[in-house]
Write a protein that binds this ligand. Sequence first.
Ligand code: ADP
Ligand code: MG
Length: 291
Amino acid sequence: ATPISIMVASGRGAQNGVLFKDAAAIEALREVDTLVVDKTGTLTEGKPSLKELVSLGTLSRERLLVLAAALERPSEHPLAKAIVAAAAGTTLPHVENFRALTGRGVRGRIEGSEVALGNARLLQESAVTLGAEADATAERLRGDGATVMFLAVDGALAGLVAVADRIKPSTQEAIVALHRDGLRIVMLTGDNATTAQAAARELGIDEVRADVSPTDKADVMNALRAAGHRVAMAGDGINDAPALAAADVGIAMGSGTDVAMESAQITLVKGELTAIVRARALSRATVANIR
Ligand code: ADP
Ligand code: MG
């Protein structure tokens, strides 16, 4: 690639809201056949809101919200912010021994009780059993695209917290355009399979990899590459950083975390996937110019 054409491409990219870290990123984007996308914050707004609280024991829904919000207050996760926002105006008790467990949830001690909030894996680790009623309610909520978290108090299941996140207005158009551009699209998420499939079906996404922990996200990337694919990965979170680094081309959302942008070769300034189509056209024009 000549320095001039690369400079021109970088300038055009910047005008179109696409920042390339280096010349290799411009060229690599053209070779990609698979686009892996994170769900939360990439396909969706990443600003979820509380949808439903279900009590499964003796605690009132008000009490469940107080415990959940108190526990989530120190967390940075978008799910945490939704729960804390729903309890705005309420005085929250102090949390001792707070722990954030990446890709699973949070734990702590509140007013003498051990409280845990997170996914099914977190419950398993705490030896809390789900039961048929809780399981059926959780599946119903997931079928509507909600993310369901379980709240356990002193080792017993106390309730369900359902949070929903809207799909970004630009996502549907982006999927259509990316398909037309010949890309296969894979959704990669730490969220549950039912929730992920509800979103994937609505968007026409080709494949879903759900229940994937942040460290395993990078393994998915390596496996796709080992199978002969050229893979771009688009993500926004700290939990996406290893996968962004493991992809042939990492693409960060400008609306996301600094860690994601540092791990990626390309940043989409507005955080909209539609910019990838423009970036690919630019990449093709640049490479054609050189040869
Ligand atoms: P994603 O890949 O969708 O961004 P994560 O890997 O961050 O998701 O999280 C996976 C799952 O772990 C979430 O869907 C949720 O069930 C649970 N989880 C993660 N962080 C938290 C938290 N702070 N509070 C409750 N649950 C959490
Ligand atoms: Mg995310």
